[in-house]
Write a protein of this length. Structure first.
Length: 330
DNA sequence: AGCGAGCCCTGCGCGC
DNA sequence: TGCGCGCAGGGCTCGC
């Protein structure tokens, strides 16, 4: 989603905002009028991600001299290979957009929850269950529509202050900025982040008095891993979901981290995991990773490694899928 | 600290 | 065919 949004939102001006359901602003500190007022007319500077949170920094508008100075962001190479934007006929050789100085102090923050989608459309296209809509004017691509769709409304949009992330590394993927939305500051880096610190993670993991899957799903320890990718990485590393972290050896923990990265990389390469039309990219296309699952959702089916049946346990009010033969507590 | 329960929601598939 | 139930990719708060 980040990769798909980046070329469409960078340099775009928010022409109008429509909130169809205020419940999607649960994490916005203020009424919908506030969200609309602050966003309307704003220029989006890019698309940045940490774990499952995405944010679009807003160019400062009330800082004298901040607009139109300095940075030129190249949009050459548009569109992203996996992205088909609504206006493919717009073709400019090596287009570029002059952006304000990247000193944004606010951002639009998005989380998809369980059932959220962000769909890039032309100005005529509606999507069922659209909760919030942004009409964008992009300097190269022209008029666009961003539909935030969410069946269960566990996801959200909000405007949040950008605060220092605490170290001198980029706060997320997609920007060099060290600023992070306040509501995302407690979220750990994800294992694909170049600034992810393996040693720091392994030390914190070893110091926890819990079990491994619970730790993997703890977004303040490591982010970006949900129920599917936890089960898949544990299967690949042959580790039982209820293995105590205190007895998980460092070599096995390191091997698990390797498998987490492999699973996340492959899933991103295949566009994510789609069981239905719920999980789609910005064009509404489904990912293919569901065809690559070895454990998740495969209870009763043969383990691809040993042929014995995969089992599903109730765990943390969710399912834990594993092979009782390959994955044992030890 | 860690953990379980509960909550925020809708829609789908299944069994009866 | 129709209904009720269980289930679903997440994250947060609360009380123990």
């Amino acid at each position: 989603m980040r990769a798909g949004l980046e070329p469409a939102v960078t340099g775009a001006v928010v022409a109008s905002v429509t909130v169809f359901d205020e419940r999607s602003l649960r994490r916005h500190d203020g009424p919908s009028e506030d969200f609309i007022d602050r966003l309307t007319g704003a220029t989006l500077e890019g698309a940045v991600r940490r774990g499952k949170f995405l944010w679009l920094p807003l160019a400062d508008t009330d800082v004298v001299g901040s607009r139109g100075t300095g940075v030129t962001q190249s949009l050459a190479g548009l569109p992203h290979p996996s992205v088909r934007l609504p206006h493919p006929s717009v073709h400019l050789p090596h287009p570029s957009v002059h952006l304000p100085h990247p000193s944004a102090h606010e951002a639009v923050v998005l989380h998809l929850g369980m059932s959220g989608q962000v769909l890039l459309r032309d100005r005529r296209t509606d999507d069922a269950l659209t909760r919030i809509r942004l009409e964008l004017d992009h300097p190269v691509l022209g008029p666009l529509r961003l539909n935030f769709v969410d069946q269960r409304i566990f996801g959200s949009m909000s405007i949040d202050a950008l605060v220092p992330s605490g170290d001198d590394r980029a706060a997320g993927l997609g920007s060099d900025s060290r600023l992070i939305p306040a509501q995302v500051a407690h979220i750990a880096r994800d294992p694909l982040d170049p600034a992810f610190d393996d040693r720091h993670f392994l030390a914190r993991l070893a110091g926890k008095n819990t079990t491994i899957k619970r730790a993997m799903l703890d977004q303040t320890l490591v982010s970006g891993i949900g129920n599917i990718y936890a089960d898949e990485a544990l299967w690949a590393a042959r580790i039982h979901y209820d293995q105590p972290t205190t007895t998980l050896s460092r070599p096995r923990a390191k091997a698990l981290l390797v498998e987490v990265r492999a699973v996340l990389s492959r899933a991103l390469g295949e566009g994510g995991t789609s069981f239905d039309a719920q999980y789609v990219n910005v064009n509404g296309a489904s990912g293919y990773f569901s065809h690559s699952l070895n454990a998740y959702g495969r209870q009763g089916a043969a383990c691809p490694r040993c042929g014995r049946p995969i089992v599903r346990d109730q765990f943390m009010n969710r399912g834990a899928h594993y092979c009782p033969y390959c994955q044992r507590v030890r």
